[in-house]
Design a protein around this ligand. Structure first.
Ligand code: ADP
Length: 546
């Protein structure tokens, strides 16, 4: 027997329509690419987005067509998103931090017809225009004055389109399983693969992220998504904020400590989300200037593991709660959060830390399991490492155009490529990417754990650990450290710092100081590049191999 409730397709346009009607005066504030701070409201944003929908329809955009954006977080970028998705076209977010060749590969693979772009990215688009045959038009997210300086044949001005089209557009009215967004993984192994979100998957992800134990935000919050809209949908905040009526503060192209702090203080930001490297920069700036937060209460940090030093600095020095979260492009992206259970919240703060450092527990709508290489389930005892697999209504089922073939196991779980443990409290902890785990004498060493501890050394700006070939043990850990500006340190200082904090046999065989630890397109340590750079390196504990 079927239920008798209304058929109300779960399409994301409804979030903005809701915000316009019920939180219409709530602001969306952006630091524009052109420089000034620009203010709009949800009511205006919806009207402007509808005008852009009409512009797209006039250009012949049909349901299912891919329309890309290459842009920083801003109100205009959000208008483009809703304009595209509202009419059933697919919003393809391009990551400007990718190399031009990869960008072109993705644009061609997706067969993008139109690209909305910030002024910032015009040079790269102009240079590679001839490598994007499917692209018919560029829409520049700017006004007429700035447009005058643009030299891209056939490019259109966003503000002109807003002015010349009507706000009467019909949004939604299609199946909730219709594709809404397309985001490519950053392709650390092989070519990038496309994750094609549906309206339904984004809608459900939004309802989940709005929960107290996930983002824990509401209409009175002022939210600063530092995490880019091109990095797994700004972790869903561009849907969650209009859904709950939170004020949004968009950082545009400026994500340095000083610019972020200025926005937090002038706009009264209460909540923010970003990868650890952004927070490290902000904390360094705060220490250097002696600044304090007046309104910030909570930050969600994910994308890579959060070092203890960050959690402690936020809590002890600034009274801000850090929620550690884990996810990936394939999981929409939020998969787990380290929100404490009632039992753990009773513990003294120092005893909570080990749990806050883990990646956390799944909300309703996410199932997790650990398996060995033969797909046999492993115990949740907090020590057994296994492949982390995930299932749920906002988890990838197949990649775009079938790349990678069948990606689910017999029980319908997706293999995340992460290696993890799950403890008795249900807290999952990532010990490594499967490809980064260090295999020493048949046992596994977690590169992430050593990195996080090393990062807590007062002289360290960043730390990375890779496995290096060893004739006896197969691989042994090598610690690379980027020191804070002006610092000097010795190898022994760092090794001594690790004593007692990690198992003896995990102790790195060497420490190398480097001027730069490279970060990839989504702000994570680029281990592939580090391995390339260290290709000729031989551990002092190893006889030269061969
Ligand atoms: P990419 O395309 O770079 O893989 P994603 O953002 O999809 O970009 O990255 C997902 C991966 O990032 C995860 O599989 C995991 O390895 C890592 N990751 C994400 N969040 C965390 C976290 N909190 N701690 C450790 N690793 C994380």
């Amino acid at each position: 027997m079927l239920g008798l409730m209304q058929d109300w397709p779960l399409t994301v346009d409804k979030f903005l329509t809701h915000a316009a009607q019920w939180h219409g005066r709530r602001e969306v504030v952006s630091r524009s690419v052109e420089g000034p701070i620009v203010r709009t409201t949800y009511a205006e944003l919806e009207q402007r987005a509808k005008r852009i929908s009409n512009a797209l329809l006039a250009m012949g955009v049909k349901p299912g067509d891919r329309v890309a954006t290459l842009a920083w977080n801003s109100g205009r970028h959000m208008e483009a998103w809703y304009a595209i998705m509202g009419i059933g076209a697919v919003c393809h977010t391009l990551n400007p931090r990718l190399f031009a060749d990869q960008l072109c590969y993705i644009i061609n693979h997706a067969e993008d017809r139109i690209i909305f772009t910030d002024l910032t990215f015009l040079p790269v688009l102009m240079e590679h225009r001839h490598q994007m045959p499917t692209v018919e038009t560029f829409i520049v997210l700017t006004d007429q004055d700035h447009m005058a300086k643009v030299d891209l044949k056939g490019a259109l001005c966003f503000e002109t389109l807003v002015e010349t089209h009507s706000p009467d557009a019909k949004w939604g009215g299609f199946d909730e399983n219709t594709a809404a967004g397309l985001c490519y993984t950053s392709g650390t192994t092989g070519n990038p693969k496309g994750v094609l979100y549906s309206h339904r998957s984004n809608f459900l992800h939004t309802l989940v992220t709005a929960q107290t134990d996930v983002m824990g935000i509401g209409s009175r919050d002022v939210v600063l998504p530092v995490v880019p809209m091109f990095h797994a949908n700004a972790w869903g905040l561009t849907f969650t904020c209009p859904a709950i009526g939170a004020k949004m503060v968009m950082p545009g192209p400026k994500m340095d400590g000083e610019s972020i702090l200025e926005l937090i203080e002038t706009e009264g930001v209460t909540f923010s989300a970003a990868v650890p490297t952004v927070w490290q920069m902000l904390l360094q700036h705060m220490r250097a200037t002696g600044a304090k937060f007046s309104t910030l209460k909570r930050v969600v940090i994910g994308g890579s593991a959060v070092p203890e030093a960050i959690i402690r600095a936020f809590h002890d020095d600034y009274g801000v709660e850090v929620i550690h979260a884990w996810g990936m492009t394939e999981t929409s992206p939020l998969g787990t959060q380290a929100s404490l259970t009632a039992e753990l919240a009773e513990l003294p703060y120092d005893e909570q830390i080990p749990y806050r450092l883990k990646q956390g527990r799944p909300p309703a709508g996410v199932q997790l399991k650990l398996t060995d290489d033969e797909d046999k389930r492993l115990p949740h005892d907090g020590t057994t490492f296994g492949r982390l697999k995930i299932k749920g209504p906002f988890i990838v089922g197949r990649y775009f155009k079938g790349d990678g073939g069948e990606i689910l196991d017999e029980e319908g779980f997706f293999d995340t490529g992460d290696v993890a443990t799950i403890d008795q409290h249900g807290f999952m902890q990532i010990t490594d990417r499967a490809k980064d785990v260090i295999k020493s004498g048949g046992e596994w060493i977690s590169s992430i754990e050593i990195e996080n501890i090393a990062c807590g050394h007062p002289k360290a700006a960043l730390a990375a650990v890779i496995g290096v070939a060893h004739p006896k043990w197969d691989e042994r850990p090598l610690l690379l450290v980027q020191l804070k500006p002006g610092e000097t340190a010795t190898r022994d200082e760092f090794l001594e710092f690790l004593v007692g904090k990690i198992a003896k046999w995990w102790m790195p065989d060497d420490v190398q100081f480097v001027s730069e630890i490279p970060l990839g397109a989504t702000g994570k340590i680029d281990k592939k590049l580090i391995r390339q750079r260290m290709a000729g390196y031989v551990l002092p504990t190893a006889e030269p191999v061969g």
